[in-house]
Structures are given as C-alpha cells and as structure tokens.
Design a protein around this ligand. Structure first.
Ligand SMILES: Nc1ncnc2c1ncn2[C@@H]1O[C@H](COP(=O)(O)OP(=O)(O)OP(=O)(O)O)[C@@H](O)[C@H]1O
Length: 270
C-alpha cells in the first residue's frame, strides 16, 4: 500500500510505565491530511501514544517526528510553540471553563496566545462556532449545554488556533446517537475543510470505520495492522479481524498480564 506523505512519523518508540512495557520498538506513519483512527484493546496505550505525540510524555527511546520536528528533542519553549501553532487536542477530560460563556471558551486560546485585536478575535470565534453549528449558542454558559453541544464547543476551541494536526481521544463517549452522528460528521468535515491531519482514538469501530481514511490497530506494544478500514476488515491477521469484528473469542488476550494464578492462590497474595 502506498501512503501519502506522513505528517507524524514514529520510529523505534519504546515506553514503559514502571515494570510494564507499553510500546516496544513501535514504528508507524500517520499520513498528512487524512483521518487515522488508532484502535486496539483497552489499556494497550492509545491515549499514551497521543500524549507522547503531544510531548506530554517522554519516550524511553525512539523518534516522534511531527511536521519535521522530533518532539522529544524540542526545548520547553519549542514544544509549547509546536503545541500552540500546530496541534489541537480534544481529550475526554478537556472540559470547558464552567465560568466562561461559550464565546469566551472559544476565544480563550486566542486571547492567551495571540495579540489579535478583540474585533478580529470576535470574527474568528464566530467562524469556529459557525463551523460546529453553535454560533447561536455563543452567549450560553457550559452548564446550559447538552453533552453533545459541550463537545462541539470544545471542538471549536481546539480548532481556534488553526492547528495542522488534531488529536481526538474518545470523542464519542457518552453521546446519544444523534450527537454522535454530528460529531462524526464534524470530524470528517473539518478534516476536509481545514486540510487537517486527524488522529482519532476510539473504541467505536463502526463510527471509526465511517470517518477514518486509515485504521491503525495496536496490540502488545506494536502496530499489528495499518490500512484502510476495508483492508483491515479483510485482514489475514486473526487478531486484527477479531478486534474489528468485536468477537469475544480469538487470539486477543482477555486477561491483563498477571503472575501465575495457581501460585498466587497458594501464596495467599492479595
Ligand atoms: N498515569 C499513569 N501511571 C501509570 N500507568 C498508567 C498511567 N496512565 C496509564 N497507565 C497505564 O498505561 C497503559 C496504557 O494506558 P492508556 O490509557 O494509554 O491505554 P488505552 O489504550 O488508551 O486504554 P483505553 O482504551 O482503556 O482508554 C495501561 O496499562 C494503563 O494502566
């Protein structure tokens, strides 16, 4: 498969949490201007990968090149600049500021990071809110919004600074089917309208297949499948197929790694 030029290029990435090896010599390229959904069993390190790309975590080894720059080697100022100018992130925990209106939430990054006059900030905020269909809700407070609306405001805020790369961590969680459909449409639509490179971590196979140009399946610290949704649904790899089809039986382990069960019972370990 020949891929378009990559925007994020990861080589030989290793990362551990205590004794637990999360990534072991992982290499992958995420194509520029495309939506790639990162999938895999729970606890496999999908959120961790986004945090490594965003420079919030440092790898034990390897390169994470974003727009030509190796993120772990950036100075603190360089990293902040890269995040501000190139990256937008929409994490599950990325809550809105409850004491600021919808308008002020979206204006926040522009006011903090730019010296633009208020009249220009107003135009930009209205443009971003229009893009997520909430220009009419600009005076509302976060407590007055539904979960789906709040997610869309957070999305408008994460594109306020016109990022090149946007990372979504479980953007569909807790949404009703209509709001979920809207977010799906928005992620796809914004990617095309703004020429973004989008990385999406999600457990929702159906939604991910609907919007992603590529799927990247991670398991056991490595990439076990990368391709278009159709290519992976037809994959020769039983683990990839099991995951995408949601089959309980297959090569994917049910148990989190643990010491021998019999020994633990005999030793009375708690
Ligand atoms: N702050 C932390 N300290 C120690 N271990 C952590 C921390 N955060 C995550 N982990 C561990 O790192 C591993 C990967 O976590 P991560 O959240 O990246 O997985 P995930 O694939 O996103 O999972 P899920 O799909 O369930 O959200 C897990 O085993 C988790 O227990």
């Amino acid at each position: 498969m020949s891929l378009p030029e990559s925007y994020v290029s990861i080589r030989g990435l290793s990362f551990s949490r205590g004794e637990r090896m999360i990534f072991n010599d992982l290499s992958v390229d995420f194509p520029r201007g495309k939506v790639t959904a990162i999938m895999g069993p729970s606890g496999t390190g999908k959120t961790t990968l986004l945090r490594l790309i965003g420079g919030q975590l440092l790898p034990d080894a390897g390169e994470l090149v974003v727009a030509g720059e190796n993120v772990p080697q950036l100075s603190r100022t360089g990293l902040l600049e890269m995040r501000r100018e190139k990256m937008g992130m929409l994490f599950q925990t990325g809550a809105l500021f409850t004491d600021l209106s919808v308008f002020d939430n979206v204006a926040f990054p522009l006011r903090i990071h730019t010296k633009l006059p208020e009249s220009m900030i107003r135009d930009l905020v209205l443009m971003k809110l229009e893009a997520v269909g909430l220009r009419g809700a600009r005076k509302m407070m976060p407590a007055e919004l539904s979960g789906g609306m709040a997610r869309r405001v957070a999305l408008a805020r994460s594109i306020a600074m016109d990022p090149e790369l946007i990372m979504y961590d479980e953007p569909f969680t807790g949404l009703d089917p209509v709001s979920m459909g809207m977010i799906v449409k928005l992620i796809r639509g914004l990617n095309e309208a703004l020429g973004l490179t989008s990385l999406l971590v999600s457990h929702d196979v159906e939604e991910s297949c609907a919007i992603a140009d590529y799927l990247c399946v991670i398991s056991g610290g490595k990439v076990i499948g990368f391709g278009t949704p159709q290519e992976l649904l037809d994959s020769d790899n039983a683990e990839v197929r099991q995951f995408l089809r949601g089959e309980p039986d297959g090569p994917m382990p049910f148990h989190y790694p643990a010491d021998d069960y019999r020994q633990e019972l005999l030793n009375g370990v708690s």
